[in-house]
Design a protein around this ligand. Sequence first.
Ligand code: MN
Ligand code: MN
Length: 457
Amino acid sequence: MSELFYTKKHVSDLLSDEEKKVSDAYCEDYKDFLNHAKDEREAVCTAIALAEAKGFRPYIAGDPIAPGDKLYRSVRGKSLFLAVVGKAPLSMGANIAAAHVDSPRLDLKQIPLYEDNGMAMFKTHYYGGVKKFQWVTIPLALHGVVVKMDGTVVPVAIGEEENDPIFVITDLLPHLGKDQVKKTLGEAFSGENLNLTISSLPSGGEEDKDRFKLTVLNYLKEHYDISEEDFLSAELHAVPAYKAKDVGFDRSMIASYGHDDRSCAYAELRAILDINGPEKTAVCVLADKEEVGSDGVSGMQSSAFETFMEDLCDAQNCKLRHCLEKSFCLSADVCNAFDPNYPEVSEKRNAAEFNKGMGILKFTGHGGKSGSSDASAEIVAKLRGLFAKAGVIWQMAELGKVDQGGGGTVAKYMANRNIDTIDAGVPVLSMHAPYELVAKYDCYMTYKGVKAIYDEK
Ligand code: MN
Ligand code: MN
């Protein structure tokens, strides 16, 4: 075929058998990460453990730094920065990859516990963009922390072990769904109805009040030494109790909760753990709060990022603004893959497809690219060059056809800092659903893509 044509390639046509094995091994590690990182705190903890095993140490402002140093800083245990100091000074810029480690879920309210007609329940307030009907009648696990008045942090994780109980939210039987089925999808399931069923046995004697609540409180006292008041200062999340699993006769895909955005978070993490002696300083950001707008101290809009980068710059007597101006950021977040069941929402020529590699989005946003930082042609060209050299298979992607909807990532918050930024990541099906789907080769290519950027000469 004429070299004048551009055609997307299928990863399996280009990858050697040897590298296919490397990809499979990478995906086994990724599944393990998924199963240990069901919320941002667990993701940060798991990432720190993996990083420390590779020689990373916490960075304290004022400490000297030298090329090759492996450093990290946790932001309140909910987001994480890792860096490998480059041979070139920070005045030459850093190569940054920024993913997020929070995912849509159901958070418990601050006064969650109540009983009603012989059942104890938890009230929830959903976090991020969920389609509410997807969260009823599925196994849910409870993750998070309860922080007691004296500051003691009590970690909670129930529903992951084989013999753990799980929790569910009920739905109406079809026999009595006459009115429900007439409503729109958005109206048929209300946020205030997403109440977790947690207990159905009474405690105490018949004369006692709130006996079903008491059963729960007795359990929590015995196992966690907490009382009802302690919920006031708790962050507990109901997340799907599913494990990551291979999908398909060819085992070419992975279904899991939280591919958005742990598929990219893990790619970045593995890439920074695997590099040695980069030319430019490599920075890996695992941010929190992306699903609710990147606000707050642990979100990408927080100056915690500047603080970390400025501390590194100070160690080299370089100005932060000069470093950022010369830096590059890959906003590593998932994009939507073309869904054969819903072809009407995508424009085929520009939609990402499974197994065609890492997806690059020049722009995101909605309705005429609104709210997008829209990377420059120069940046796209730079990536083309880097990826061609490193054997990274990638594809251009678009978040749905024109005027179909849209979305955003942390990209604009990085670009607004005067950092050249572009979106890239793993194409996902059923994004934000309790069980999302990705293709293994795309996960592996995203790792290779981030690594190629860190390895830039
Ligand atoms: Mn995302
Ligand atoms: Mn998302």
